[in-house]
Design a protein around this ligand. Structure first.
Ligand code: SF4
Length: 481
């Protein structure tokens, strides 16, 4: 994924930029960067944050940064922000994006006379540089952002900083959020995460709508392109990766997770001794379940956090699994001979949850009932840069369906597997349960998850569960009809 933050102020705002960007650290583990316009003109720093967190890496930079306008990012992929000089002048740019038609766009840009792109390691073009090139195809930054938002297949939310202010654009279908915060008459900020500016003294000013473009200075903001009607905000923001204190489209993440847990409890009949959540996002879903069922919430295992910062994330999967295991410490009294009900946000590969369950059995648990807070994932995400799955067969559901149906499975058959009342669905769940060695397994239903968000389904992307939300392929989705 990734997160972005920007600030424009009547006073020096380097510290606001530093802390505001740092509060997006849960959204990425690879790169981070900040750019400001100050005494020395444009200043920029980018660091690798794989083995130490944002604040440690940027401590030294922040004492050298100064200025009244700045942007920052946490990025799971490309190094950014980038500093660009073009016929539009000098600007800094940062994005949260996934660009599926990158080759096609690069070809178009070559045809328009642009001769080169820098290559990153691995021979890939930096997507943020491509977005800058798209912007440079037009006669103003505003027109360029509009062009880029409209051209990209995937998603794009971005900030473009000039020496005087920040242009901001939210993804055409609003898959990722963007908020404006205001600090009295002194400053405005722009943030992916709405909680990121609260402790800095900003209050919610406005949430950008899908495809909306604004220009923000220390004196105020103007809308350069109004929001479009169609929205497909990512439902996974609430289920998994959004921070609990954030609010998107008026719906707080923690609160939504309580409602998901409540919905799971309302349909359940097991009577475990305790309800627990897989930290971090599973915890709030579990609190909702416990409150509704009256079964006590407890923490049968606890993460050892002091020396395991979240950002320590090796790329090798077996090392990641080892670290996941080392972080969890069992509480014998809460596990031995007990029946546990465990809630996780979702099941992707199933590897981690199987290991956690085995760890609980080894620690003496009698029963381990698993309740994922969202329905079975049947389709990979093609709109966001999720590092969680690379191919559809990373998903345990698709592997089980392949075992049952063979390689070529039609959309019609997959639709049947997504229907919680179908026989195929029930048998798939039983196959998963056996493979992962759970005592019982029941997923949240799509209709319950959507009601837990509380905004109309046609405004949500639910593609990874039911293939609805791909507005560029309207005929295959028909999610709004
Ligand atoms: S496919 Fe899933 S993860 Fe991707 S944007 Fe849609 S809801 Fe979010």
């Amino acid at each position: 994924m990734g997160g972005i933050f920007g600030v424009v102020s009547k006073k020096d705002c380097a510290l606001d930029l530093f802390f505001g960007t740092d509060y997006h650290s849960h959204l990425g583990t690879r790169r981070a960067g900040m750019a400001m316009y100050g005494d020395r003109g444009f200043d920029r720093a980018i660091h690798n944050i794989q083995n130490s967190p944002f604040r440690t890496k940027f401590e030294r930079d922040i004492s050298e940064f100064n200025g009244r306008v700045g942007i920052g990012c946490i990025s799971d992929y490309e190094p950014q922000p980038l500093l660009i000089r073009s016929h539009l002048g000098s600007f800094a740019i940062t994005t949260v994006s996934k660009i599926n038609n990158i080759d096609e766009l690069v070809k178009e840009i070559y045809n328009a006379g642009h001769t080169q792109f820098l290559e990153m390691s691995g021979s890939n073009i930096n997507p943020t540089e491509l977005v800058a090139s798209l912007i440079n195809q037009k006669d103003s930054i505003s027109e360029g952002i509009e062009y880029a938002l409209d051209k990209i297949d995937g998603s794009l939310t971005l900030l473009v900083m000039t020496e005087k202010g920040i242009y901001a654009g939210r993804d055409l279908y609003g898959r990722t959020p963007l908020m404006i915060g205001r600090k009295d008459d002194e400053a405005y900020c722009l943030a992916f995460e709405s909680f990121s500016y609260i402790n800095l003294g900003y209050k919610d000013e406005k949430e950008l709508g899908p495809g909306e473009i604004v220009y923000v200075t220390a004196d105020g903001y103007e809308t350069l392109r109004p929001a479009q009607e169609t929205m497909k905000i990512c439902t996974f923001l609430w289920i998994y990766y959004g921070y609990p204190t954030s609010t998107y489209e008026g719906v707080n993440v923690e609160d939504m997770r309580y409602r998901c847990g409540k919905a799971l409890a309302e349909r359940d009949s097991v009577k475990p001794d305790i309800v627990a959540g897989v930290p971090d996002s599973g915890t709030a879903h579990a609190i909702g379940y416990a409150n509704e069922s009256g079964i006590p919430f407890a923490r049968p295992f606890i993460k050892y956090t002091p020396t395991w910062p979240r950002s320590f994330m090796p790329t090798d999967q077996s090392q990641r699994n080892l670290i996941a295991r080392m972080k969890l410490i069992p509480v014998d009294k809460l596990i031995r001979n007990k029946s546990l009900l465990l809630i996780d946000d979702s099941i992707v590969r199933g590897t981690q949850l199987r290991e956690t369950t085995e760890f609980l059995y080894r620690s003496g648990a009698g029963e381990v009932h698993i309740r994922p807070a969202c329905p079975p994932l049947l389709h990979g995400c093609k709109f966001l840069n999720f590092s969680r799955s690379n191919s559809e067969y990373d998903l345990i559901t698709r592997r089980v369906i392949r075992e049952r149906e063979g390689e070529d499975v039609s959309d019609e058959v997959l639709k049947d597997y997504a229907d919680p009342d179908s026989t195929n669905y029930k048998e798939m769940i039983e196959d998963i349960r056996k493979q992962l060695n759970f005592t019982s397994l029941a997923f949240n239903r799509l209709d319950d998850m959507v009601s837990s968000v509380g905004i109309p389904k046609e405004k949500l992307c639910t593609y990874c569960w039911d293939k609805q939300g791909d507005c560029r392929d309207c005929s295959s989705c028909k999610g709004c009809s």
